[in-house]
Design a protein around this ligand. Structure first.
Ligand code: IMP
Ligand code: MG
Length: 193
């Protein structure tokens, strides 16, 4: 069961569950370095930079991104949950874990794994703006086409991907697959039950 026969899919803990690799480990690493270089340049002279990671999906990206920066950063974590229908984001959000620190007067960069509808992120931006940071920007590793409706300005985007469900590099299906080193799609039968 856990030996992939598709030579395009690297050996991985979930083996044949994975249908295809959309973005390889090498592509992710190269793009993160480019994004980190641009961000380092922008904040080089601005003092403390606080990276805000939204749990859990963005943890893997945050970890690699922070280490690719050539300027210092501090890391903060937030956990939020959307009310209502879990299948699609409602934009109504509850804070499960808040930041440990005050961000007033600080330069804050939200680090996101993926933006789909952008509703959760729009809410988060409004919430953090209310705490009066010196600046507030967003970087996201992935972006789906839906987000154009939400009209969110992103400082950097790793990859624009099609409207398709993806897993890996932090993204889960029912809490599995986050630990895949690449971003890929699952076989349809995985969703079948
Ligand atoms: P939205 O932008 O408010 O619609 O929701 C974004 C959140 O939905 C992300 O932070 C992910 O947790 C989740 N999500 C959206 N698309 C995917 C996907 O393709 N795979 C896994 N999670 C996804
Ligand atoms: Mg997320």
């Amino acid at each position: 069961m856990h030996d992939s026969k598709d030579f395009n899919v690297p050996a991985n803990p979930y083996g044949s569950d994975v249908e295809a690799v959309l973005i390889s480990e090498e592509q992710i690493a190269a793009r993160i370095q480019e994004m980190a270089d641009a961000v380092s340049e922008r904040y080089r002279d601005s003092g403390d930079l606080i990276l805000v990671c939204v749990l859990k999906g963005a943890v893997f990206f945050l970890s690699d991104f922070a280490r690719a920066l050539s300027i210092p950063s501090q890391q903060e974590f937030m956990a939020v949950s959307s009310y209502g229908n879990a299948a699609s984001s409602s934009g109504v959000v509850r804070i499960l874990k808040d930041l440990d620190r005050d961000i007033e007067g600080k330069h804050v960069l939200i680090v996101e794994d993926i933006i789909d509808s952008g509703l959760t992120l729009s809410w988060l931006i409004r919430n953090l703006e209310g705490r009066r940071p010196a600046s507030l920007e967003v970087v996201s590793l992935l972006r789906k086409p839906e987000v154009v409706k939400a009209d969110i300005d992103l400082l950097e985007v790793g990859f624009d991907i099609p409207h398709e469900f993806v897993v890996g590099y932090g993204l889960d299906y029912a809490e599995n697959y986050r630990d895949l080193p690449f971003v890929g799609t699952l076989k349809p039968e995985i969703y079948a039950d």
